[in-house]
Design a protein around this ligand. Structure first.
Ligand SMILES: *Cc1c(COP(=O)(O)O)cnc(C)c1O
Length: 236
């Protein structure tokens, strides 16, 4: 956790992000209530995060367990998602700290969350992460393995699958990411079609600082924004 962001700088950034969000919603004929803004807070210090919450940020996301734990006690109450790669042996550390684990990309991880949730007699909300670009280096279910995985995970009684999440490949322009967002939306719709009780399947988490407008145009219900809110230098 490095340099602090000034209040003025955050205010300016937040205003810009809000304007971009509004413009994307307008362009796609969607309501503000249809899309949740998650502030990705990696490398951001708790004071800055608390300031952002005071300004109206209602949901934050961390992608590293150590960092999440280090900050947890210093934050004002706020909803939090886990959005990064999660090792099975760390599930027990984060499960009580977050409302949702977005990045469930293997059955092994789903089964461990089930085990820890059962032990606590609670239900854990999760998203299935899809490796939409078929990248070697990325975790997540392959698109053609998704529905089989969904059938299995659906049967775990302490998990509630709420939808899908993806981090598409880095593309030269935001526009180039559209095809991945479109594929994700199709999977999301197919998933809803396959689920009788499809009220649960309501979250499509995709789009980051560089491309969240395109993601919104293609049906995202949750966008995860870091750099555009907190500045690039905080990310090294
Ligand atoms: C850091 C991060 C983001 C935000 O990325 P920016 O490009 O900084 O907006 C979104 N999702 C995940 C999983 C991240 O780790």
């Amino acid at each position: 956790m490095t340099e602090r962001l000034s209040a003025e700088e955050f205010d300016r950034n937040y205003e810009r992000v809000s304007a971009r969000l509004e413009a994307a919603l307008k362009k796609s004929g969607r309501d503000r209530g249809e899309v949740t803004l998650l502030a990705a807070t990696k490398t951001v210090d708790p004071e800055t995060i608390n300031y952002a919450i005071g300004k109206g940020i209602t949901l934050i996301g961390e992608n590293r367990v150590q960092e999440l734990l280090a900050k947890a006690d210093h934050l004002v109450p706020v909803k939090q998602h886990f959005i990064g790669h999660l090792q099975t042996n760390k599930v027990k550390d984060v499960i009580d700290k977050v409302e949702m684990i977005e990045s469930v990309g293997s059955l092994k991880l789903a089964e461990e969350i089930e085990k820890q949730a059962a032990r606590r007699e609670r239900t854990m909300d999760i998203l299935l992460e899809v490796n939409i670009g078929g990248e070697e280096s990325k975790s997540g279910f392959a698109p053609d393995a998704l529905f089989e995985a969904f059938e299995t995970v659906k049967k775990l009684p302490h998990l509630r699958v709420c939808g899908l999440m993806a981090i598409p490949p880095i593309t030269p322009t935001p526009e180039d990411a559209r095809k991945y967002f479109r594929k994700m939306y199709q999977l999301f719709i197919d998933m809803r079609g396959k689920n009788i009780d499809n009220g649960n399947i309501s979250v499509l988490s995709m789009g980051m600082s560089g491309d969240f407008e395109i993601a919104i145009e293609e049906g995202a219900t949750l966008v995860r924004v870091g750099t555009s809110l907190f500045g690039k230098r905080l990310y090294q």
